[in-house]
Design a protein around this ligand. Structure first.
Ligand SMILES: [Zn+2]
Length: 168
């Protein structure tokens, strides 16, 4: 999550609560212009889908946030693919975990010398899931993506931060 954290966390919390109620994804898009962050509310998406538009002209996308109504705050393989193919430095997912409103972010340490290797491995693992029809094998392949994320965190090419969105 970019600057103005408390404000954004309050917004994230609201979206997490709405999504937990109706099972629809929601999210935000962060665009930057001369150091100023523009927050675009993405509104209500599908049960397992949320369209993310492009940032307005003369602004640069710096990140996204979206809610998983299931409460699984791990990025899906598709989330990973979109994020590593963008210029963004990470990916934030929100969800209700044990009754708490959680925002979990994975940051990419693109300056790390092993980042290209982590990126390649993640892209390969996530690509296999996306290409696979939804079956048992896809679930196993998702596990491989999780393991690659854990390996990246150990190596320092990825960083995970988890925050509890405070009550407004
Ligand atoms: Zn997702």
């Amino acid at each position: 999550m970019p600057r103005h954290r408390s404000h954004l966390l309050a917004k994230a919390r609201l979206q997490i609560q709405k999504a937990a109620k109706d099972g629809h994804e929601r999210g935000m898009l962060f665009c930057e212009k001369k150091g100023e962050v523009l927050v675009q509310d993405l509104g209500k998406g599908g049960k397992r889908h949320l369209d993310v538009p492009k940032c307005p002209s003369k602004t640069t996308e710096i990140g996204t946030f979206h809610v998983h109504p299931s409460g699984d705050v791990r990025p899906s393989a598709a989330d990973i693919l979109v994020a590593i193919n963008s210029k963004n430095t990470g990916e934030c997912i929100g969800g209700k975990v044990d009754g708490k409103d959680i925002v979990s972010c994975i940051e990419f340490n693109k300056d790390h010398r092993d980042w290209p290797e982590t990126r390649r491995r993640l892209k390969e693992a996530a690509g296999r899931v996306v290409d696979e029809p939804k079956n048992k094998r896809a679930a196993l392949l998702e596990r491989v993506v999780d393991l690659e994320i854990e390996a990246g965190i150990k190596k320092g090419t990825l960083k995970r931060s988890t925050e509890t969105a405070p009550p407004a």
